[in-house]
Design a protein around this ligand. Structure first.
Ligand SMILES: NC(=O)c1ccc[n+]([C@@H]2O[C@H](COP(=O)([O-])OP(=O)(O)OC[C@H]3O[C@@H](n4cnc5c(N)ncnc54)[C@H](O)[C@@H]3O)[C@@H](O)[C@H]2O)c1
Length: 250
């Protein structure tokens, strides 16, 4: 992959940071995108310390102009982006009767509009190169989860987007697949523990009790799956959703 550039969104921390590092180990030059360029410094330094090439870019994936500018900058400074991991995400959990318009809209904007805008902006480079890999971060919440009407809708929507991109772009050598993680220990799940008034340790213990492999997921578990989808040898795997949850059920 030494001649290829990848973009990972929401890559300042958590699953995105682990994925950016893993793709750099695989030989990709990586554009590390998050809301603010400063936030990306740690991920970029870790990649550079390992001998890889990376660039930090601040952009809100739900903002069309910022997305266009970010993708143009990647193409100009690193080369045409040929892999894209749509990972940026937010939670605005609430029971339906308490969920505000903005709780709903924010989650749709970041997950769905963000993945749409990013995919639309990079596809021209992939189609031109007749090679591309798009990976969308779904979730086991796509199957339904209490307190997550907005998030589960967005994560199910991302599965529909994935399958449609797979159909539209397949003939250009571009694949689109989705990863649906279960419980992964990151700032996102730490924030959820805080919101429900539990220590992260207790929250994690409760989650692990339902996970057949008997441990929480790590960001690297998801990064490894993204690495598989982005690999040259995965070109016949298209439009799939892989649940990475330590077991068959959410
Ligand atoms: N942690 C889990 O258990 C879990 C489970 C299933 C799915 N996921 C999904 O995996 C992805 C990563 O999750 P995480 O746990 O690493 O979360 P996280 O909160 O640790 O990191 C998310 C990153 O996305 C960035 N981001 C948010 N809004 C953005 C925007 N508009 N533009 C650019 N960047 C933005 C944040 O700044 C942050 O760095 C998310 O899509 C999440 O929904 C996580």
């Amino acid at each position: 992959m030494s001649d290829k550039t990848a973009i990972v969104t929401g890559a300042a921390r958590g699953i995105g940071a682990a994925t950016a590092k893993r793709l750099a180990e695989d030989g990709f030059t990586v554009a590390v995108i998050d809301l603010d360029e400063q936030q990306c410094a740690e991920t970029v330094s870790a990649i550079q310390a390992g001998g890889g090439k990376a660039l930090a870019i601040g952009a809100d994936v739900s903002d069309s102009e910022q997305v266009t500018a970010a993708v143009d900058r990647v193409a100009a400074e690193l080369g045409a982006p040929l892999a894209l991991v749509n990972n940026a995400g937010v939670l605005r959990d609430n029971m339906l009767f308490k969920m505000s318009d903005s709780d709903w809209d924010t989650v749709m904007q970041v997950h769905l509009r963000g993945a749409f805008l990013m995919s639309r902006a990079v596809q021209q480079h992939m189609v031109e190169a007749k090679w591309g890999r798009i990976v969308n971060l779904s979730s086991t919440s796509a199957l339904g989860n209490r307190g997550q009407a907005n998030y589960s809708t967005a994560k199910a929507g991302l599965q529909g987007l994935t399958k449609t991109l797979a159909i539209e772009l397949g003939k250009f050598g571009v694949t689109a697949n989705a990863i649906a993680p279960g419980f992964i220990a990151t700032d996102m799940t730490k924030a959820t523990a805080e919101r429900v008034g539990m220590s992260f340790e207790d929250f994690s213990k409760a989650a692990v009790s339902q996970i057949p492999v008997g441990r929480p997921g790590a960001p690297e578990d998801i990064a490894n799956t993204a690495s598989f989808f982005c690999d040259e040898r995965s070109g016949f795997v298209n439009g799939q959703v892989i649940y990475v949850a330590g077991g068959p059920k959410a």
